[in-house]
Design a protein around this ligand. Sequence first.
Ligand code: SIN
Ligand code: CO
Length: 380
Amino acid sequence: MLQLNLNQLTPSDFLSIYWQKKPLVIRQGFKDFQDFLSSDELAGLACDDYVESRIVSQKNNLWHAEFGPFENYEHLGEKDWSLIVQAVNNWVPEVSQLIECFDFIPRWRFDDVMVSYATPGGGVGPHIDLYDVFICQGSGRRRWYVGDKGDHKEFAAHEALLHTESFESIIDVELFPGDILYIPPGFPHEGITLEESMSFSVGYRTSSAKDMISELADHLIDTNAAPQQIRDPDRQLSSGSGLINASDFVRIKQQIFNTLDDTLISEFSGCYLTRSKCELDLPDVPFEFDLDYLLVNIKEQNLTRLGGLRCLYFEESVSEGIFYLNGEKINLDEKYAQFIPLLCNNQVLTFEMLKPLLKHHDLIESLLCWLNLGYWYFDE
Ligand code: SIN
Ligand code: CO
C-alpha cells in the first residue's frame, strides 16, 4: 500500500507550517515509488477525445503549446518537450491511492492528478499557479527552481502559456523518484527535466468569489430560487429624486444578504463542488444491473467509487440525510444519515462496511441506481 512519509512532520505540522504558506521538499515522501502508468499509456490516454492534454515544447527559446487529442508524437524528437495530461485519476483507478495519501486535506479542496511525461530539457517554463500542488516525482529526474512570493511580472510566452519573468530561487533541488515538492499558490516555479521523467501532481484549488457568485447566479436561475421583489411599504419622503439614501441602500443590501442563507449556500456549494471539471469515465447509457447482481457481488467484491466522482456532505445537514453527488443534491431518509460518511469518505467499500446497509431495501435501491449510472463499480 502506498504510504506518505512526511519525515519529521505530522500532517497537522504540515498544515500549520507549510500549507498555503511556503514551499517544501519532502525527500522520499514515497518509498519505492512506482509510476501508476507508463509513458506509453499516458500517450495513449492523450489520444482520447474525452481526455484533456497538452504538449509544451521549446525550440531556439521559442515556446509552443498544442492541445490533445493527439494522433501521434513522431514530430517531437527526443528532447525539450513534455506531455501533460489532466485528471488522470478519472481514467486510471490506481491513481486514487495517491490522492488518499493526501486525504488530510479534505476532498472538496482537491482538483485532480495531473501527470506529465517529459524528455530531457522538457518543462512548461517558469510560471505561477493559483493552486496548491504536491508534485510527486515518478521515474527519472527533474530539477526544480522555486522563487519567493512577490510581485512577479507575467507575460504570454505563447498564447496558451502564461510565464513569469526570471526569479531568484529559494529552492533549487533535483527530485528523484519518490521525492515530493509542495508548492502553494503564488510561488513562481519551473521544473526542467534532466532525464526522461514522469511526475504526478496532486492539485488543490479554490474558487474566486467572482467565479462562485457567477455560478451561484446560474444556480438561482436553474432552481428558480429567490424570486422575491424588493418591497418598501414603509417608504419615507426622500430629499432628492436622484438619491439612493442610506436606508434604501440597507434595503438593497438586505435583499441580497437575505437570499444568501445557509440553506442556499450549502445547496449551491454542495452541487458546485461535486461537479467534475473534467469528463468522467461514465457509460453512454446506464447499465441495467438488477438487484440480484448487486446482492451477489457485494458479498464477494469491493465496491469502488469511480475515479474523479465527487461526493461530499456538510456537518450541518448530514443528519437530515443530505449529501451531494456529482453535482446533485441527494436527500436520503434521515434514518440513513450514518451511511453518508461511509460513502463520501471511502474510495473503496468492503462487504464488512456495506453489510449493515443490506437490510434497508430503499438504500440498496439507491446504491443499485448509482451502480447503473457508473458512479460505483465492482472492482473485479
Ligand atoms: C509539469 O509537471 O510539467 C508542470 C507542473 C507545474 O509546474 O505545475
Ligand atoms: Co506549476
